[in-house]
Design a protein around this ligand. Structure first.
Ligand SMILES: [Zn+2]
Length: 292
């Protein structure tokens, strides 16, 4: 395997981003492991002699090699350089591009259909995330996008879907807003958490942060079928139908799915108020999805 390919895959495993390659960076030794480099090879130095200044510059050979590989990837537009990423995220990082992301899926034999569920950052997706975070929150909000094409899977739609998902997950710190569950797969590639629409996608609910909610699989299901809804003060209201549930339903041991908030029945909210769920979206959910 080429160093470039190993680097791409390493980027993917690190959520699509890596900081600049310092010798102490985890990723530097991770890729060295991949190539079974010995200690000597890892710590080899390259000496550059600047005669005029009578100065010797020492740099790690392995580190230089990785940097060069990253440079090649950037030229092929498979990664974005720290100078570009900096403008987007204010962090000096190398980041996968969508093209690079597609390439990794191909190299790792991951079907493209899974792409939507992998919250791997890419330069293009982070652009969407940034945009979603910058839209001014409307006072009177229409949560419907009448022009939205629900079943179209064009590249743009996928980017927008991935951007919405990423933005919501980041806003809620990868935690379920109801129960606080936070966990990813053992390979660290996918988060359990889902980005739910308050006004659902199938009725053309908008992909705005204030129409989104991060929920675990079970709470996403319960929210979508109307087992619970949100009040304007972000407290949870559970359907009265809960009283007619046979005993033992909705429970795993002592855990009660519909009464599992630890936060005075208020959901966990993002840091910024501007991206809290919008009352117009919540109102629609109460009136159209929720079962009193
Ligand atoms: Zn949950």
């Amino acid at each position: 395997m080429e160093v470039e390919e190993a680097l791409l895959i390493a980027l993917f495993k690190h959520n699509g981003v890596i900081k600049e390659f310092g010798l102490s960076e985890e990723i530097v030794s991770e890729i060295a492991d991949e190539f079974s480099l010995n200690e000597e090879q890892r710590s080899a130095y390259l000496e550059t002699i600047y005669r005029k200044e009578s100065r010797i510059k020492k740099s790690g050979l392995w580190h230089r090699l990785l940097f060069r590989a990253a440079d090649v990837l950037a030229k092929e537009k498979l990664v974005s350089r720290p100078t570009q990423t900096l403008k987007l995220t204010n962090k000096r990082e190398w980041m996968l591009t969508e093209k690079g992301f597609d390439k990794v899926l191909e190299l790792s034999n991951i079907p493209a259909t899974q792409k939507e569920f992998l919250p791997t950052k890419s330069f293009e997706v982070q652009k969407v995330v940034k945009k979603l975070n910058e839209i001014k929150r409307p006072i009177d909000y229409d949560p419907f996008d009448k022009k939205k094409k629900v079943f179209k899977t064009s590249r743009n739609t996928t980017l927008r879907t991935r951007g919405f998902r990423q933005a919501v997950i980041e806003a809620y710190d990868c935690k379920c807003a109801v129960c606080g569950l936070k966990i990813y797969s053992p390979d660290t590639l996918s988060w359990e958490i889902e980005a739910a629409h308050i006004v659902p996608n199938r009725v053309k609910g908008k992909d705005d942060l204030w129409n989104g909610l991060a929920l675990c699989h079970l709470h996403h299901w319960a929210f979508d079928v109307g087992w619970f809804t949100l009040l304007n003060n972000f407290k949870i209201q559970v359907s009265s139908q809960i009283d007619s549930l046979p005993s033992g339903y909705g429970k795993v041991g002592n855990y009660d799915l519909l009464n599992s908030t630890s936060n005075d029945s208020r959901i966990l909210l993002p840091d910024r108020k501007e991206i809290y769920p919008h009352r117009n979206a919540m109102k629609w959910h109460r009136e159209n999805i929720f079962h009193q």
